[in-house]
Design a protein around this ligand. Structure first.
Ligand code: MN
Ligand code: MG
Length: 648
């Protein structure tokens, strides 16, 4: 491995040396008539192995995703411009059944190249950065994967434990480009990569003792001045989103604060799976959501799963002995548009990309159709926001079933065993709902029940009082509802990802959404009242001092400190298997899995009737009959059906 890494380090260094003496000799007679360099920089990010426009969970075409489709936009964007470079900003390796299928095959190597690296090579990527999900299959898998990359892979804020370099922090790409007069010019493009330092928490079991991380902004302050001096254009490959809160060391979505470090010409962002420039970021201090500027620096975020291509068009002028950016514009181009709920593709599959992935794709499609068991009723998530949620209850049952024998014989075997899972497919996109018919169940359907395939079963020891705070934190998922208002009110606070709405089975509790959330959007204690009422265990009010074991996943367990009350809870189990595996085994362990398990929570009484609504899938109306309190309100956001729920 060491030789492979040093090869990349040498590439980066060679670029830097060549670049330092490589400026063209053209001298401009006057500022106005001097030739310029028009440079187009392209970004993909958060591809998550969505290579084809295919939905592996529903086994159908999905024109809203696909590297094969964004590749068509890449080729078009190149055809329009004299000079282009192409970058990926991370989270390319993990995230769907194709990724898992490849990860189950013999390890990738320089001779057996991971298909995503092969595709990036085919497409002529100039450099890439890492995302947090690159670490999900472990360090060895990642290093074997990167060994096949002929382009620089940069990461400035991750080192090996003890401080030795992990990857080159940055690279300088020396490119011979055509200026506007048709002459060749050499340009030095610096790229520096950043990943959320939270990888040490999110993949603790895989990375502990192997890597260490540092803050994104601090790493940039240390490295950028020297790097900047050696290049004409400096680009950040920042796998982080845009958070306008004051900077704190270790901040996850640090792209805005990174932009304030002097020296950047372009910030490529990602991780938040959003689009920038775009209206979602309007009104934040330091952010120009129309022109696409972060603290004045051009910036892009190109969606997720191949939904968009990011473009930055820079005009460079000669500035003494170097080139500098005179003007810049940024945009994103989508691979589809949604017209009154109907998806219209805007970019066809690139035939070469499709051909390259087809054997792995076909093998994945066959693999996920293998039956693993059966269920005796429908499992869908269309009304999960109303507390009718068979999938999460089933996942919790499977986690309990899986963990109980592993805890037997430990000091924790005598404690009551609870299980926590959250809403994973609750409408993140219009297709992101679980809908599994009764009867035979395939691996594909079980994977749909638990999509975060790298999560590993992990258990915490907590007290009744800590559980109460945990559930209060989860209940931030809902807006505060005014029971005096007659117009329907939006139930769900979309700023809180649904995977942060934890549901703990083995208990009973009610959520009072007419009271403000005890914890705010940032997870800080913000109200003295409680939303979680009637919290009971075995029919009696929970004893705040009583100890419980709660089965969850490594992600929640290792970032439990986000919920202040849990910060000191001991981890009592780190299982060798993933949560998805636990669910698969639960199906395999019995002829038929019960689709109905007890739902732990419901809404508290509001005193007077109030109608709330949430957006569900287009097939939700097929399942609404006989569901008390639910009504069809009509279309919701594009692609969704709006469901009303009467609280009383
Ligand atoms: Mn991502
Ligand atoms: Mg990410």
């Amino acid at each position: 491995m060491a030789t492979k890494l040093s090869r990349r380090t040498v590439l980066g260094t060679a670029g830097a040396l060549a670049g330092s003496t490589a400026l063209g000799l053209t001298t401009a007679s006057g500022e106005g008539e001097a030739p310029r360099i028009e440079l187009r920089l392209l970004e993909t990010s958060d591809l998550h192995m969505f290579v084809l426009d295919w939905d592996y969970y529903h086994a159908k075409l999905d024109p809203t995703v696909g590297f094969s489709n964004v590749a068509t936009l890449i080729r078009k964007a190149r055809s329009e411009a004299a000079n282009t470079l192409l970058f990926d900003n991370g989270d390319f390796l993990q995230g769907n059944p194709l990724a898992d299928y490849v990860a189950h095959q013999p390890a990738p190597s320089a001779a057996n190249i991971h298909p995503i690296i092969a595709l990036m090579t085919d497409l002529g990527y100039d450099a890439i950065g890492l995302g947090n999900h690159e670490f999900n299959y472990g360090l060895e898998f990642l290093e074997n994967t990167l060994a096949g990359a002929p382009f620089p892979v940069v990461c400035a804020n991750v080192a090996r434990a003890g401080g030795a370099p992990f990857l080159p922090p940055h690279a300088i790409l020396t490119r011979t480009l055509k200026d506007t007069a048709g002459s060749e010019q050499q340009l030095r493009i610096g790229v520096i990569g950043f990943v959320p330092p939270q990888i040490m928490m999110w993949d603790k079991a895989r990375l502990d003792g192997k890597l260490e991380t540092s803050d994104i902004v601090l790493a940039a302050k240390k490295l950028v001045p020297e790097l900047r001096a050696k290049c004409d254009v400096l680009v950040a490959l920042c796998h982080a989103g845009i958070n306008a809160d004051p900077w704190v060391e270790g901040m996850e979505n640090a792209a805005l604060h990174l932009a304030a470090v002097p020296g950047f010409d372009l910030i490529l962002t990602g991780h938040s799976h959003r689009v920038f420039p775009g209206p979602k970021y309007a009104g934040r201090e330091g952010v120009d959501a129309v022109a696409g500027r972060l603290n004045g620096v051009p910036a892009i975020m190109p969606g997720f799963w191949g939904s968009h291509l990011g473009l930055a068009d820079l005009t460079l002028k000669r500035d003494g002995d170097r080139w500098s950016v005179e003007k810049a514009s940024v945009e994103t181009r989508p691979i589809y548009k949604r017209d009154q709920g109907k998806v219209e593709p805007l970019a066809a599959r690139d035939a070469a990309v499709a051909a390259r992935i087809m054997s792995a794709h076909d093998a994945t499609v066959a693999w996920v159709e293998e039956p693993v068991g059966s269920t005796d009723g429908p499992l869908h998530s269309y009304f999960c926001w109303a507390g009718f949620d068979p999938p999460t209850a089933l996942v919790n049952a499977a986690q309990t079933w899986y963990a109980r024998p592993l805890l037997a014989g430990t000091p924790f075997a005598g404690l009551p065993l609870l299980s926590s899972s959250s809403l994973f497919r609750a409408g993140y996109t219009p297709d992101s709902f679980i809908d599994i018919a009764p009867g035979k169940t395939s691996l594909r359907q079980v994977a749909d029940l638990y999509i975060y395939s790298s999560n590993a079963v992990t258990a915490l020891k907590v007290t009744g009082a800590q559980i109460h705070e945990w559930l209060e934190y989860s209940a931030r998922a809902f807006n505060t509802i005014d029971p005096a208002q007659t117009a329907p009110q939006a139930l769900v606070d979309k700023r809180i990802p649904s995977y942060n709405f934890d549901i703990i089975s083995g208990l009973e509790y009610r959520i009072d959404v007419t009271r403000p959330a005890r914890y705010d959007g940032k997870g800080q204690l913000s109200a003295q009242n409680r939303r979680i009422l009637d919290l009971r265990f075995e029919g009696a009010p929970i004893d705040p001092a009583r100890e419980f074991v709660v089965v969850t996943n490594n992600h929640r367990a290792d970032s439990r400190g986000s919920i202040a009350a849990l910060a000191a809870c001991p981890i009592v189990l780190r299982a060798p298997d993933t949560n998805q595996d636990a669910v698969v085994r639960y199906f395999k362990s019995q002829p038929t899995v019960a689709a109905q398990h007890a739902f732990p929570w419901s809404f508290a009484q509001t005193g007077r009737p109030a109608t709330v609504y949430f957006d569900s899938g287009m097939a939700a109306p097929d399942h609404i009959a006989g569901r008390p309190g639910l009504a069809l309100l009509g279309p919701g956001e594009p692609g969704y059906t709006r469901i009303g729920l009467t609280l009383a």
